[in-house]
Design a protein around this ligand. Structure first.
Ligand code: PLP
Length: 361
């Protein structure tokens, strides 16, 4: 298997792929693939509900929250959130910490809805997460939106703001299930599945029930959280195979020892690469300047010149590393060490970085 550091879609755990392969043409003695089951059959509903229950267990989602499986990616949530929650006369706050938060804000403003920037580190090329004391939260806001992990810049919130009565909404697409999270601090958490949860095609939404009750109903049916909730995400045909794969990934996390065990493994992995950066005497420099803002998932770094970066990426590719190019908007290098990336892949990358520096430093 390749050392897969893709930013997304990204590596899946090998045991998950093997299990899916084993069950592919005959799922639980049905004589059919999961893909061929009716989404109204008891067998499929079992798969669907098991995935919901397992996610609730792993993230310790309190009562009073619903788990939805939607389509359209995290990107559709950028539109659904203001459509459902931004009522007439209200304003919603956005914290800008990278390109994905900018996109979330843009979708809200396209709808000509009232928004404001509660904090931003754009002027600093998104090299850090704003301090909690920098947040300018307007009383009576419909919600505050944050991106918990910035996939492109490689920064991550270490501590979440306490927004009191104002619902906190987080795009956790690139760090959900990578570390424990206190769900009760949030009104809503959402994530495209294709990094830590499974294949692309499913978007997980964790939503507080009172927000669903208050959501607008004068919008298209498929964009209404209350409709998806009332129908247990079976209003229309859900991405059944993706949800099945998500369930397998959740079982794998459970077998690893749950989210806490996964976090310990992720810290070990990220530390291997951050150490190679920090101990390189400036040969490698991290994009994120504030160590408290460093991402556990996406490790972004530069080399002394673009020529060396090109050489680094070309040699890495030849040695079996995949996906180390930085995002096209920022350049440099990025190692995405999501949950499924094994420790050995990060050890191999660390060794390669040290060796490359020895040869070119
Ligand atoms: N939000 C974040 C933090 C992301 O990293 C991504 C994709 O990489 C998205 C949103 C967009 O997700 P999707 O492709 O599921 O719309």
């Amino acid at each position: 298997r390749a050392w897969n550091f893709n930013a997304g879609p990204s590596a899946l755990p090998l045991p998950v792929l093997e299990k899916a392969q084993k069950e592919l043409v005959n799922f639980r003695e049905s004589g059919m693939s999961v893909m061929e089951l009716s989404h109204r059959s008891a067998l499929y509903e079992g798969v669907h509900n098991e995935a919901i229950e397992l996610l609730k267990e792993l993230l310790q989602i309190p009562d009073g929250y619903q788990v939805l499986f939607l389509q359209g990616g995290a990107s559709l949530q950028f539109s659904m959130i203001p459509m459902n929650f931004l009522q007439e006369g209200m304003r919603a706050g956005y914290v800008l910490t990278g390109s994905w938060s900018e996109k979330a804000l843009k979708e809200a403003t396209i709808l000509k809805q009232e928004t404001y920037v509660a904090a931003s580190t754009k002027e600093e090329s998104y090299r850090r997460i704003p301090g909690l004391d920098e947040l300018k939260l307007e009383q009576g806001s419909a919600y505050l939106h944050i991106t918990s992990n910035n996939t492109i810049y490689g920064s991550e919130w270490a501590e979440y703001p306490d927004t009191g009565e104002i619902p906190l909404i987080a795009d956790m697409s690139s760090d959900i299930l990578s570390r424990p999270v206190d769900v009760s601090k949030f009104g809503m958490i959402y994530a495209g599945a294709q990094k830590n949860l499974g294949p692309s095609g499913v978007t997980v939404v964790i939503l507080r029930s009172d927000l669903i009750e208050k959501a607008r109903t004068d919008i298209p049916t498929m964009l209404r959280y209350d409709i998806h909730n009332k129908n247990n995400s079976l209003y229309n045909t859900p991405p059944t195979f993706g949800i099945y794969m998500l369930g397998l990934v959740l079982k794998w996390v459970q077998q690893l020892g749950g989210v806490q065990a996964v976090e310990a493994r992720n810290q070990e992995k990220a530390q291997l690469i951050y150490n190679a950066i920090d101990e390189s005497n400036g040969f490698y420099t991290g994009h994120v300047s504030d160590k408290m803002s460093r991402s556990l998932m996406n490790i972004t770094f530069r080399l002394p010149s673009e020529a060396l970066e090109k050489e680094f990426l070309s040699q890495a590719k030849a040695q079996g590393f995949v996906g180390l190019n930085g995002h096209r908007s920022v350049g440099g290098c990025r190692a995405s060490a999501y949950n499924a990336v094994p420790v050995e892949a990060c050890q191999a990358l660390r060794d390669f970085m040290i060796e490359f520096q020895r040869a070119h430093g």
